[in-house]
Write a protein that binds this ligand. Sequence first.
Ligand code: HGY
Ligand code: MN
Ligand code: MN
Length: 349
Amino acid sequence: MARSVARLLERLDALYEIGGGPGANRIGYSPEEDAAHALVADWLREADVEVEVDAHRNLLGRVPGDEPELPEVWTGSHLDSVPQGGRYDGALGVLAGIEALERLGRRRRTLAVVAFREEERGCVGSRARSGAGGLPGAFVELHHEQGPRLAQAGAPLGVVTGIVGYKRGDRVLEGRAGHAGTTPMEGRADALVAAAAEILRIRDAATAIDGAVATVGYLEIEPGGVNVVPGRVRLVVDARAPDAERLTRLLGELGLDDEGRTEPVAMSDTVRGTLRAAVEARGLPVVELASGAGHDAGILAAAGVEAGMLFVRAGSGGVSHHPDESAAEEDVAVAVDVLTDALDRLASA
Ligand code: HGY
Ligand code: MN
Ligand code: MN
C-alpha cells in the first residue's frame, strides 16, 4: 500500500505560492528561487539532514553512509520554474527525495537530495557542478512526465530510456523602422513580418524530421512602439531531436551552429534496471520511454554519472510548463515508494 504523501503535497503547494501566480514563478537565480531554496533547506534541517550549499548555490541534503568513502547516491531535481509554470516540474523530485531520505535513514553509501539551480534556462547549476567535480556515483531523478504517454498506456510510472538532444539559438531579423501611418505598405521592411515567415519556416523544418520539434517561445521587437513599423526582431529557437543525426539535420535546416548544443544521452543500464525492478516489485506495469524534455539527469549522465529517471503519470492531458500541470495523489505516492526502494537498492549495493 503506498504511503501517505500528504506532507509532500502540502510542501508542493507552499513552493507553488512563492511566485504569486498564475502558475509557478521561480525563475533561476531570482528571489523566488532563493525563497524556494531557503524553504527546502529548512525542511532538510527539520529532517536532521546535513545541508550543503555549493559554490554554484545548488542545495544538497546529505545522510552519511556507513562507508562514506564509497561513491554517493543522489536524488533530486530543480526548484526553478518557467514563467507561469506547473506545480510539479522540478519541485516534485526534490520533495520526493526528502521523503525518501527520511524513510531510508543511514545506508551503506551516503545518500543525498539535491536541488540544482536554474534548470529551465540551461541546467546551469548541474552543468556547473559537473564541471567542478564532486559528483555522485549514481543519480535518480523523479519527474512529472510532462506529456500524455503514461496516461495513454494506463501506467502510473515510467522508466526513462534517454533524454532528447537540444539547442537554443538566437535569430535576428533586420528591417527598417518607420511611421505606421505614413510608411506605404509597398516597400516596407517590416522585421516582424520577416520573423513571422521565418517562424513558419522553422515549424515546417521540424515537422519534416520525424521526432524533431522546434519552438519559438520568445520574441524581442524593436523599437516596440504600437505605431512604429518593427525595425529589428530577435527570436530564440528551442530545437530538439531524439538522436544526434536528426539534431544535426534540424540545426542545419534552421541555420543554427552547434555552439551550446546538448547531445541526446542514454540513461544508465544499471539505474534503469534498478528502477524496473522496483516498479515490478509493486506489480505495476513497466513502461519505458524517452524524454522529450531536458533534465539535470541528462547533464550528470553526460558527465559520467550512472543516471536514471522515474516519470510519474501526468494528469490534465499531459500539459506542463502551465498552471494546469497535474498528477494524481496515488501516482505521486507510489512514485515516492518506488524511488525510495530504488535508492535503497543503489545505496546498499
Ligand atoms: O525545457 C525543458 O526541456 C525542461 O523543462 N527544462
Ligand atoms: Mn523539469
Ligand atoms: Mn521544465
